[in-house]
Design a protein around this ligand. Structure first.
Ligand code: ADP
Length: 617
């Protein structure tokens, strides 16, 4: 059965993440199940002996068993509960990390996939809104084992109820087998009906789940937008609060007057209410049957407590076990979504070749017949791009907006794979290299770089060792020293105020300098800068480009820039035009050709006066 298989896989996952949790929970659940019945059983024995009062030794024996047994079980329960509680939080964290690690390790191109995004949103929605998924298996494993232990123990304690005979003549008909069978049949029927009602009620969650798919995506979008400081200004200036609350209200599956509310008032509500009614019927039936047998002299008063107690435990346990099984069955579909996500294969080929670690950092990159369209798009963003550059060179990439410059960088860094053609590093297709090793060749400052709300030094060093001298050196190179000297806590200064009220806010230009410092600090052979100076003022920009040689040192640098002044510092310029590389060459060559580069350059130059031109262009 599929639900057993799915829940089984969940237990395998759980046991791999935390065997301690599985063992301690199993012990705790079993002891919990035995404990009350143990008490009932021994107490019944003591009462029976007290009623007869002819064997003092036996009474003493049972009292001793009660005291020792209770202490032993209680002690073991406390220990296993403690271990269970401590390991629970650890396991929860590990299970949450399972999904986030999977997400982090997806190919970048997978983030364009609506289907995968939908699946992820759906899983988060299942978890956050109604607790479905792997966490639920944790909770239900404990309670199902607990309930089944109760059921088995109770059954073994109730067995003699059916073998003991009534002696009172007028009630002897009850000794007939048919009554025992009818009693058991009715008990199981009531339990079955109770469980069935719960099972049916739960199906409505699944029904609503599909319609609610968008809800979580919307809420995530709203949450991200409303709490993003960068977007906050635009939201206020354009007064978007009304607009956004309309988006929030546009799908109300989980609101009181939404689909779930409707189900709750009708079929689902009915199904879940009717379940305890059948439990009540079972209890009444038990009292009638056991009471009649006791009245008829089948057993002593102590045994009456034992049977009622055991039978009550049996069917409440059985109903709960069925009820939990229903939840586990319903959860099976949610688990399947998680497995689909966990089993989702990364489409990009990941080779195993070692990237040659060249001390001289001499690599050669060749772009051959490269064409690319984004996943799910029909349009070519890059068309048959061909060029070569040697490492150690500084390559400037220029061209109008949307001409494919950033896309080319993404392909070079293997965030995407080419649709056609190839990129070769030292003559070998980059797909054949070990993915991580290849990625490690690059330091990139993307246009929409992000700094983290952590101390300055962590923003720059990331997980590389912290060396103060090197840190000062990169800050100097990017022109951040002056601002740095105003930071009270030096390298420990928190960036942004998210986690520390003393954190500093930064201007766009200052943030860009830190991003640049981070790229330099990593000391990778390739330095890629996508509009690295867009947020800087012209003087700061000039300073960066003036010192470019020093900044780059022996790295290979590729920079996309709209400020064509930067091209004069580069060895080679590739001009992108509508997905194609229309010109490649030096500044002087390209100016002579009077093509697109010339047009762009002269268009920009007209805004500067002679003195500025002298300095900036
Ligand atoms: P540039 O850096 O030259 O301004 P880009 O490489 O960013 O240009 O974009 C080139 C084209 O690719 C644009 O038309 C843009 O809309 C499209 N594009 C960029 N990113 C994506 C994406 N993730 N999915 C689909 N199209 C994209």
């Amino acid at each position: 059965m599929k639900w057993i298989k799915n829940n089984g896989r969940a237990l395998v996952i759980i046991s791999k993440q935390s065997p301690t949790w599985l063992i301690s929970t199993s012990i705790y659940a079993i002891l919990q199940g035995i404990f009350p019945l143990f008490g009932i059983y021994i107490t019944a024995k003591i009462i029976d002996e007290l009623v007869l009062f002819n064997n003092y030794e036996k009474i003493r024996f049972w009292v001793l068993v009660l005291i020792l047994g209770t202490s032993l079980i209680q002690g073991m329960m406390q220990i296993s509960k403690r271990v269970h509680n401590v390991s629970k939080e650890d396991l929860r964290l590990k299970l949450a990390q399972l999904l986030s690690n999977k997400t982090m390790n997806f190919d970048y191109s997978e983030f364009d996939q609506g289907e995968r995004m939908n699946l992820y949103s759906q899983i988060l929605q299942d978890e956050n809104l109604s607790g479905w998924g792997l966490f639920q298996v944790m909770d239900y494993y404990e309670s199902i084992l607990f309930q089944w232990t109760k059921v088995v123990t109770a059954l073994s304690m109730s067995y003699s109820l059916f073998t003991k005979k009534v002696s009172l003549e007028s009630l002897q008909f009850i000794n007939h087998k048919i009554f025992s069978i009818a009693f058991i049949f009715l008990l199981i029927l009531f339990m079955g009906l109770s469980g069935f009602a719960v099972h049916n009620g739960l199906q409505f969650w699944l029904k609503a789940g599909d319609q609610g798919k968008l809800v979580n995506r919307k809420f995530r979008f709203l949450y991200k937008t409303l709490y993003d400081r960068e977007k906050d200004m635009d939201l206020r200036i354009y007064d978007q609060s009304e607009h956004f609350s309309k988006i929030a209200k546009s799908n109300i599956v989980y609101m009181p007057d939404g689909l779930m509310g409707k189900y709750g008032k009708k079929q689902m509500g009915f199904a879940l209410t009717v379940s305890p009614f059948f439990n009540g019927l079972a209890l009444i039936l038990t009292y009638i049957y056991v009471g009649t047998k006791a009245y008829g002299g089948a057993f002593e008063i102590g045994s009456l407590t034992q049977y009622v107690g055991a039978l009550y435990t049996f069917y409440s346990g059985f109903a709960e076990a069925l009820n939990r099984s229903s939840y586990m069955m319903a959860n099976s579909e949610y688990l399947e979504r998680i497995y689909r996500y966990l089993d989702w294969k990364n489409p990009m080929y990941r080779g195993s070749l070692t990237v040659e670690k060249r001390l001289d950092r001499k690599y050669e990159v060749e772009v051959k017949n490269l064409s690319f369209k984004y996943p799910g798009s029909e349009e070519y963003v890059l068309k048959n791009v061909n060029f070569k550059f040697r490492i150690g060179e500084r390559l400037a990439i220029v061209g109008p907006n949307g001409s494919g410059k950033t896309t080319f960088i993404k392909l070079l860094c293997r965030l995407y794979d080419p649709t056609e053609g190839e990129i070769l590093l030292n003559g070998i297709d980059i797909r054949k290299y070990d993915y991580r090793e290849y990625m490690d060749l690059f330091s990139v400052v993307f246009q929409d770089f992000k700094l983290f709300a952590v101390p300055l030094k962590e923003n720059i060093a990331l997980d590389h060792p912290w060396e103060e001298e090197r840190m000062v050196d990169v800050l100097e190179k990017v022109g951040f020293v002056e601002r740095f000297s105003t930071m009270k806590n030096g390298f420990d200064t928190m960036i942004y105020k998210d986690l520390d009220d003393e954190g500093v806010d930064l201007s766009g230009g200052e943030a860009q300098k830190i991003a640049l410092a981070r790229a330099l600090y990593q000391e990778k052979p390739f330095l890629i800068l996508d509009e690295p100076t867009a947020a800087l003022d012209p003087i700061a920009e000039y300073e960066i480009y003036r010192r470019l040689q020093e900044i780059i040192s022996d790295r290979t640098a590729i920079f996309i820039s709209h400020r064509l002044s930067s091209c004069r510092f580069s060895d080679r310029i590739a001009v992108f035009d509508n997905g194609e590389v229309s010109e490649v060459g030096h500044h002087e060559d390209l100016m002579e050709r009077k093509g697109l580069y010339y047009d762009l350059w002269t268009a920009q130059a007209q805004y500067y006066n002679e003195e500025e031109k002298e300095k900036l262009l």
